[in-house]
Each structure stands twice: as C-alpha cells, then as structure tokens.
Design a binder for this molecule. Structure first.
Ligand SMILES: Nc1nc2c(c(=O)[nH]1)N[C@H]1C(S)=C(S)[C@@H](COP(=O)(O)O)O[C@H]1N2
Ligand SMILES: [Mo]
Length: 207
C-alpha cells in the first residue's frame, strides 16, 4: 500500500515535471512571482485621457478612446511568458483585444505593412513583424487575472506577444505604427536580438 502510494506519487510528480519542462525554453527558470522590469518610471496614465492610435507610416488609420477600445471584442488567454533575464511564468491570464480584431475594427483584413513598431507612454518602443501579431498571436491586453492591469505591469494597456521574449510585450502601449521596412525598438537598438524567440534563445544580437 505504502509502496503503491509512493510509486504513484512519484510517477505523477515526474509527469508534472516533464510537462513543465516542455514549457520552459532553454536557459529559463520558472517563477511564481511576477517580477517588474521597466527601463524608466511607471507612467500614471488615466483611462480618461488614454487612447490607442493605429498608424500607417505617418498617416493616421484610427484612434480608439478607452471606451471605444473596451467595446471591441474581448478575448481571454492563459499563456506562459518568458523574460530575457531568464524567468518564465506559466499560465498567466490576460484579457484584451486580439490584433486580428483590432485590424478588423479599423477596416483592414490584413496588416497593411509587414512590420510594426509599438510606441509607449514614457518613450519605450519595440518592433515586431506584423505576422507575429495576427492569427491570434498578439493582443493588446487590459486585464490581468480578471482585474485592470496594475500600472507597474503596463496598465491601462500593454502589448502581449507571449511567443517572443517578454520585452516585446510593450507596457503602456499607445501607438501601433505599421512600417514597410523593419526598424529597431528600444532594446533592439542596444544589443538585444531583433526577433527574440525564447525557444531559440535569441537573447542578444548574433544569437
Ligand atoms: N513600456 C515599456 N514596456 C516594457 C518594458 C519597459 O521598460 N517599458 N520592459 C519590457 C521588459 S524587458 C519586460 S521583461 C516586460 C516586463 O513586464 P512586467 O514588468 O509586467 O513583468 O515588459 C517589457 N515591456
Ligand atoms: Mo525583460
């Protein structure tokens, strides 16, 4: 009896370990904390003045107020996130608007240019190929664990691109700019990888 219980316990925990291992990219460790990583002070943007701008080059495609953005179709996801400083957090729960729904709301059936720059309150930016945002892969999220995202974690709204290192998930996002040619954002300009696939350990330029 004891042995059986022991074996089955061992078996179960080993399986759980394997499941977890398969979800943790090389060089990462799992944390249950939610670390805060910001290159500058946390902007205190109120939803009353917040808006989101969609830009094609320098021309304006669409601006959503907070109320208009909140009225867009809402999607919830549970996903793992991976920071280049080596922590991964499993099963984070977010709610917001997928890029697909955002494009649709702007009257677009597909991205008008192949590259995107996300611009944030505070001056942070990050570049992502448009293909990595469509097909359900990218969102602009406004809730974490069912509650408004705390300012330190990017509230009122942040980008969520969980299949790339978490620096691509721009906090305090305000402007999405489509670009014909790729440009580098804040971290990408100072030695971080241009694409940032955690499964290929694309941490720094040349990885
Ligand atoms: N605007 C803005 N977005 C940002 C950052 C930042 O400094 N400014 N840091 C990035 C980095 S390096 C990471 S790992 C995540 C951290 O998000 P968190 O503080 O919610 O954990 O946000 C990313 N988005
Ligand atoms: Mo990061």
């Amino acid at each position: 009896m004891d042995d059986e219980a022991h074996i089955s316990r061992g078996f179960r925990s080993k399986r759980r370990e394997q499941t977890t291992t398969n979800r943790v990219p090389p060089g990462q460790y799992v944390t249950t904390e939610f670390p805060i990583l910001s290159a500058g002070p946390t902007p205190q943007t109120k939803v009353a003045t917040w808006n989101l701008t969609l830009q094609l080059g320098s021309s304006l495609l669409r601006v959503w107020s907070w109320a208009e953005f909140e009225a867009l179709p809402q999607t919830t996801v549970k996903t793992d996130i991976h920071c280049v400083t080596k922590w991964s957090k499993l099963d984070t729960a977010w709610q917001g608007v997928t890029f697909d729904d955002l494009l649709k709301a702007a009257g677009l059936s597909e991205p008008p240019e192949p590259y995107v720059m996300a611009h944030c309150d505070g001056g942070y930016s990050t570049n992502v190929p448009a293909a990595d945002l469509v097909g359900g892969k990218g969102m602009i999220v406004t809730r974490y664990d069912g509650l408004p995202i705390p300012p330190a974690h990017g509230g009122p709204a942040r980008l969520l691109v969980p299949h790339l290192y978490f620096w691509k998930s721009a906090k305090w996002v305000r402007r999405i700019r489509f670009m014909p040619k790729d440009e580098r954002g804040f971290w990408e300009s100072v030695g971080y990888h241009n694409y940032g696939d955690p499964w290929k350990e694309q941490r720094y330029d040349g990885d």
